[in-house]
Design a protein around this ligand. Structure first.
Ligand code: ADP
Length: 586
């Protein structure tokens, strides 16, 4: 990462996440400074301690010096403890903020953006990358300040103890600093790989669970194990590379430091030979040198942690900066609904380069149910997705009661639309909460009425905990039909004037289908409905059928008329052998 990018990332991180809790941060930094000062003072005590207690005992020193040292040590311990506590607090708050911001961004982003990455990437960013940023802001930032000050304190003690010895250490320090920098760089670059491989790992894990039935039926547990193991290994490799770079920094710098010590000892031995020595000063110098060595090592570590965190922060900011393209236009007003007439006017749409819809003119008038029929991949779901603005048209417009859906607020638009899909989604919560999801705060009576309308009340009432039954992850403890009925109850409770149905019975058995057909019949009554029909039998009740082929409407009319024709609809009906009344026979 270039230093300009690093600065920008760090500045942004500081502004958004550190400034709001600057008091705690300042307290932590003050404690770090206090720690360094106490450490320096303790070192300074070594000289009088040795000289006045041991070499040439001074009366009174015995009562003074040990107590003073004990007090300084207590002060240093307190500073260190407070620094740890405050920086942990700042770090954890920062991670929580970052996770909250990330989730808010992701949950508000466009369908297209969410689908462009596997959810595992977001999970890994929220858990792993955010942790690296926390480390950078605590151990990295505060550690760097603490160790720099400690280094300064040690350097001062060295300079005041024996400036000639200090010169020797000064000559050695750039070599040590440069060596440590190399290790730090390689650790930072490893962090980038570790983040990518963490994403790959969480993706692999989530995929194995999402597709657990496929995994089982194909007996591919072992294959999945290997796949996840490969992801784990790749992640380990990167983490290990980073850890090793950090770990190698210690022995290398220690060896260099010890060489410095050897040089210092050689000089001191030579001085002693000349009868010029001050044992107290030498010991103080020596201890300061050791402290400096440790500070340099930890400083290098702090820089590494900081660099890794900034790499992570930059990646997180990329996610945070992905502005949703589908949002309220400036000056958007709430949808004013009178009849809920839905119109597609000359609509064209493409997901990128590929033109998916062309010249689509379609209307669902008040109270009407229109059915979309056509081969798979024709564009039926795409048409449905354009109504609640899951995607925006590329040309033409979609209007509700004459108002372009792009000119009204998203919230007011989606408030008026109910959606029932083939695979109903239930949250890992109670049945009550799952139904009330469309209308938080609904009363028990309202929830029950919705469940009755959806033919769900009877089976719910038979469950031991009734409406308070917890439905497992994705509602797996219920049958497909039961889940669908809960999803339909959710829509009843919302009571929207416009309905989008992606044939909700196509995945069900005959008996469930009958119950759900009845519930859907009640749901559709009095609303404007656009229905994707996979079974032509479903289409009979529709006021109008649009036959879609390769992104265009190729036929329009009532089922009874279309089925007698010789177009695509008639061929589809024949293929399904449903309701088909051959023209020749009539
Ligand atoms: P249908 O519902 O009739 O089966 P769709 O509306 O799902 O058809 O798809 C219409 C076309 O758009 C297909 O060619 C499909 O491959 C393409 N398509 C659907 N979703 C996407 C997407 N998110 N990105 C790119 N192409 C897509």
């Amino acid at each position: 990462m270039g230093s300009a990018v690093l600065r920008l990332t760090a500045a942004r991180l500081a502004k958004r996440y550190l400034t709001p809790r600057w008091t705690a941060l300042a307290a932590s930094l003050a404690c770090a400074a206090a720690f360094a000062i106490f450490s320096g003072l303790l070192l300074k005590m070594l000289r009088p301690a040795v000289n006045e207690l041991i070499v040439r005992p001074r009366p009174g020193a015995l009562a003074e010096l040990p107590l003073l040292i004990a007090a300084l040590a207590a002060g240093r311990g307190l500073a260190q403890a407070l620094q740890g506590v405050t920086s942990n607090w700042v770090g954890n708050q920062l991670v929580a903020d970052l996770q909250r911001d990330l989730f808010s961004r992701v949950v508000r982003s466009d369908l297209a953006q969410v689908r462009s990455k596997h959810s595992g990437v977001f999970v890994s960013q929220m858990l792993f990358d955010a942790g690296l940023v926390r480390e950078a802001s605590t151990n990295g930032l505060i550690g760097a300040v603490q160790q720099s000050l400690t280094l300064v304190a040690a350097a001062l003690v060295m300079a005041f103890s024996d400036w000639k010895l200090a010169l020797i250490a000064l000559v050695a320090s750039p070599v040590i600093a440069m060596t440590l920098r190399r290790f730090s760089r390689s650790a930072v670059s490893a962090a980038s790989g570790a983040m990518k491989s963490s994403s790959a790992l969480s993706t692999a894990i989530l995929e194995s669970f999402d597709g657990i039935r496929v995994v089982k039926i194909e007996n591919s547990e072992e294959f999945e194990e290997k796949r996840v193991q490969a992801a784990i290994r790749s992640r380990q490799r990167h983490l290990l590379k980073g850890d090793n770079a950090r770990a190698l920094a210690a022995p290398v710098s220690e060896t260099l430091m010890t060489w410095t010590v050897a040089a210092v000892l050689a000089y001191e031995g030579w001085q002693a030979g000349l009868g010029r020595t001050n044992i107290g000063a030498f010991l103080a110098f020596f201890a300061a040198l050791m402290m400096a060595a440790q500070a340099i090592r930890q400083l290098a570590n702090a820089f590494t942690v900081f660099g890794q965190g900034m790499t992570a922060a930059r990646r997180l900011f990329e996610t945070l900066d992905a502005e949703p393209r589908i949002r309220d236009a400036s000056g958007a007003r709430a949808l004013r609904l009178s009849q809920a007439r839905v119109q597609f006017e000359n609509v064209g749409f493409s997901y990128g380069d590929e033109q998916v819809l062309e010249d689509v003119d379609l209307e669902a008038a008040p109270g009407e149910t229109v059915a979309l029929v056509g081969p798979s991949g024709a564009g039926k779901s795409t048409i449905v997705n354009l109504v609640p603005r899951f995607f925006d048209v590329t040309s033409g417009r979609v209007a509700i009661d004459g108002q372009d859906v792009r000119s009204v607020t998203l919230a007011s638009l989606r408030d008026q639309i109910g959606l029932v899909t083939q695979e109903p989604f239930l949250f890992d919560d109670t049945i009550r909460a799952n139904i009330a999801y469309s209308r938080p705060g609904a009363s028990s009576a309202q929830i029950e009425a919705a469940a009755r309308a959806a033919a769900a009340h009877d089976f719910i009432a038979q469950l031991p905990l009734g409406y308070d039954t917890q439905v497992g992850e994705a509602g797996l403890r219920l049958s497909g039909g039961q889940r669908q009925r809960i999803a339909i109850a959710r829509v009843f409770l919302k009571d929207p004037p416009i309905l989008l149905l992606d044939e909700p019975t196509s995945a069900l058995d005959a008996e469930s289908e009958i119950q759900i057909q009845e519930a859907l019949g009640r749901l559709i009554t009095g609303r404007v409905t656009i229905l994707i029909a996979h079974r032509l039998s479903t289409v009979r009740g529709a006021d109008r059928v649009y036959v879609i082929d390769r992104g265009r409407i190729v036929e329009t009319g009532a089922h009874s008329a279309l089925v007698r024709g010789s177009g695509l609809y008639s061929r589809l009906a024949q293929a399904q052998d449903l309701d088909h009344e051959p023209v020749a026979a009539s």
